[in-house]
Design a protein around this ligand. Structure first.
Ligand code: KG4
Ligand code: ZN
Length: 360
């Protein structure tokens, strides 16, 4: 059983059946008290979309529909429990692809109705942050303690968020154009590295010949006086570099370009995150979203924050990219506060974090 904190001490354990279907992953998890993972099953369609160079929404929703019941059954089998163990149901209702979201949300609401269980819709971005509450290691793990700073970096979002307390989000900065993950995906396509781009660029960069300096440096958009990011100029600069080399017949090492690109993204994200953490005086920073899986970003942020006595926390790789365990973690804190959603809850493809205040 998960270790109790002040928010849930002396209460009955709460086991949540959590469903995630916002994009091209179908996930079902059984999560106790927002932290203990009894089952976490993810069916990924990435290989299907790889042949198109990106996610095709119509294909994604059809695959969600095919996967949801088998994934649900596998999750129960993995946990070795039946419906009797489930106290509530939660499903992602946004942001994401409408057709994909609809599958998991409808499944969640239908099961809740059929089983007479409380239901809650979960914000996918909030869930990425709450992946940091999951007990994923062997050893006892303490909860992150507010106030916190979170860097949320996924395929569609790049946001610096100040969390004064559970559920209270302040948007400090965000991307003005492409999200960090989107930039990885677009540049991977330019480099012929395929989809999803983030892991492919990371792997290419790791294979660079490090016995000589990288001949390329790509630009960072600092946007002084703000906590905002911008990555579209970097993508254009990478394209220009490749076009120039191809026109002049210069032989270019893809690994060098991948490394220079990754370095520029990591530098921009890490520099602003560290400054924001110092400006707000937080003792802990959370990394969240698919790009949190990037090893160069983790290492750079950890080194820079360690040097300032600030702790960096990030989920293990499998919990950075889309999964249902994080949906169960986020849902827990809402359900404990007595929050519930009705069966009329609809998908919200453009849902944001519920920001109380913006800009600092
Ligand atoms: O959070 P996520 O799984 O889905 C969304 O909610 O968007 O994030 C997907 C994004 C993709 O853009 C993918 O290229 C990126 O996360 N990503 C990475 C890595 N692994 C996944 N980016 C950089 N380095 C990685 N290792
Ligand atoms: Zn995500």
């Amino acid at each position: 059983m998960a270790k109790k904190s002040n928010t849930d001490r002396e209460q009955e354990p709460l086991c949540i059946l959590a469903i995630e279907s916002s994009c091209d992953e179908t996930g079902v998890a059984l999560i106790e008290d927002g932290r203990a993972i009894h089952a976490n099953v993810v069916a990924s369609q990435a290989s299907v979309h790889a042949q198109y160079g990106g996610v095709v929404p119509e294909v994604a929703s059809r695959r969600q529909l095919e996967a949801i019941v088998p994934v649900l059954e596998t999750a129960f089998a993995e946990a070795g429990v039946g419906w009797g163990a489930v106290n509530a149901i939660a499903a992602t209702y946004g942001p994401g692809l409408a057709g994909s979201l609809l599958v998991g949300l409808t499944a969640g609401k239908t099961l809740a109705l059929a089983r007479g269980l409380p239901f809650l819709g979960v914000n996918h971005l909030e869930a990425h942050i709450y992946a940091n509450w999951l007990r994923t290691g062997e050893s006892e793990q303490a909860d992150p303690e507010v106030p916190l700073l979170a860097l949320v970096v996924s395929g569609a979002h790049s946001e610096l968020v100040y969390i004064a307390e559970h559920g209270h989000y302040e948007l400090m900065g965000q991307t003005r154009d492409d999200a960090a993950g989107e930039a990885f995906d677009k540049v991977a396509r330019l480099l012929g590295l395929g989809y999803p781009g983030g892991p492919a660029i990371q792997l290419a960069a790791e294979q660079r010949d490090t016995t000589r300096p990288n001949p390329y440096t790509l630009p960072r958009a600092w946007l002084p006086g703000t906590w905002d990011f911008s990555f579209s100029g970097l993508k254009t600069a990478t394209g220009n570099l490749l076009a120039k080399a191809s026109a002049s017949g210069e032989k270019i090492a893809i690994a060098d370009v991948a490394d220079a690109f990754q370095d520029a993204v990591v530098d921009a994200l890490a520099t602003k995150t560290v400054r924001a953490a110092e400006a707000r005086g937080v003792r802990e920073v959370l990394l969240a979203g698919g790009v949190a899986a990037n090893l160069a970003l983790r290492e750079r942020l950890k080194a820079d924050l360690d040097a300032r006595g600030i702790t960096l926390r990030y989920p293990p790789l499998a919990y950075c990219t889309d999964n249902a365990a994080m949906i169960g973690a986020a849902a827990y804190f809402h359900l404990r506060r007595g929050e519930r959603d009705g069966y009329d809850l609809e998908v919200r493809p453009n849902l944001q974090l519920p920001f109380a205040a913006s800009r600092a």
